[in-house]
Design a protein around this ligand. Structure first.
Ligand code: FAD
Length: 316
């Protein structure tokens, strides 16, 4: 089922999960262990992130070899495994970085043949060791261009003219930033680019994580005021560790409100800090549900237990 259909048909806020593939060499059983505890909460779909390889150069016998080292391969394989094992809709993330638009087209055809009908389209972060995003030669610079390519294929428009070309049937999600994307000069400009992404054919938005209800509310109101009408799913990251109070703002360019930082820092033990983080996450979700969000999208980051505690706190 398309994500947009699941959202439209559900009478209550849907739950969706986001996972990252295991590090290369790890077992998929670890991922199953994470998902096994969460599947009883009936997630409508599960997103699987995609990671660009870090390119390193190694010299052997006087020859320089270019080696793309991908730490977390397997996005499409994991999607197939999820569909097989849990019969839950998988949503592979698809990025601009590292692909020409021709390679993108072929990869989209693969997904289409596999029966995957949902895609989350993002530009991608620069790979480790690189500061700025550099598009591939013949690749897309912005997610909106990737969205356009997918939407074109949904209309049977491929890169080359094909006779009687069959359309694909992808439902497309895109990323939104309640605190603005870190490269955008200001919030309004970023929102304008988000609207462009939606206008190119995106069906719904999932937000970057945020920790303050008012930040999300302001984002939704501003988005609606400029004519973004698609569903906006809030991205939720359960807080569990004091160290996240600095790592999350650093890695994701988001802020954590004073009352959360203070409460977690005042906790006497690690377990007490974890309990505060979970409680604050539950409170945020309760505010969002009260506000009428179409769903909650939870970033599990391989930690099913924290997500499980949040969902138990919300739904018993
Ligand atoms: P875009 O929408 O292309 O925007 C990037 C920047 O360019 C923004 O500052 C925007 O304002 C600006 N911009 C957009 N269009 C234009 C234009 N026409 N002219 C000038 N400026 C413009 N990264 C991964 O590598 N793999 C993943 O699986 C992944 N999953 C994610 C899931 C979610 C829910 C979120 C929120 C992020 C995810 N990311 C992932 C991170 C994402 O790739 C980065 O945040 C990236 O830096 C931006 O991606 P985007 O799709 O929002 O880019």
């Amino acid at each position: 089922m398309h994500v947009i259909t699941a959202i439209q048909q559900s009478k209550k806020p849907i739950i969706s999960l986001e996972i990252t593939p295991p590090d290369k060499g790890r077992s998929i059983e670890e991922l199953y262990a994470t998902l096994d505890v969460l599947v009883p909460f009936e997630p409508a779909f599960i997103n699987v992130t995609y990671h660009q390889p870090q390119v390193v150069y190694e010299e052997k016998d006087g020859i320089i070899y270019r080696i793309p080292k991908r730490k977390k391969p397997g996005t499409v394989g994991i999607c197939a495994a999820i569909a097989n094992r849990y019969h839950i809709e998988p949503v592979p993330h698809f990025i601009c970085g590292g692909f020409s638009k021709y390679e993108t087209e072929d990869a989209l055809i693969d997904l289409h043949y596999l029966g995957i009908t949902n895609i989350f389209a993002v530009r991608g972060d620069p790979p480790p060791g690189q500061k700025t995003f550099i598009p591939n030669q013949d690749g897309h610079r912005y997610a909106s261009e990737l969205v356009r390519q997918i939407a074109n294929m949904n209309e049977g428009i491929y890169l080359e003219e094909l006779e009687d070309a069959q359309p694909t049937n992808f439902c497309i999600g895109v990323a939104g930033y309640p605190e603005k994307h870190y490269e955008a000069p200001n919030f309004e400009k970023d929102l304008y680019h988000l609207k462009h992404k939606v206008d190119q054919g995106a069906h719904y938005i999932i937000t970057q994580m945020f920790f303050d209800f008012d930040v999300f509310k302001n984002f939704v109101e501003k988005a609606r005021s400029i004519g973004i009408t698609v569903p906006i799913l809030p991205g939720i990251k359960p807080l569990t560790r004091i160290s996240q109070l600095s790592s999350i703002p650093r890695d994701f360019h988001v802020s954590i409100p004073y009352h959360i930082v203070e409460a977690m820092e005042e906790a006497r033990t690690r377990e007490a800090a974890r309990q505060v983080g979970i409680r604050k996450t539950i409170e945020l979700c309760e505010q969002l549900i009260e506000y009428g969000v179409p769903g909650l999208h939870i970033y599990t980051m391989g930690r099913g237990q924290a997500t499980c505690e949040v969902l138990k706190g919300l739904f018993g």
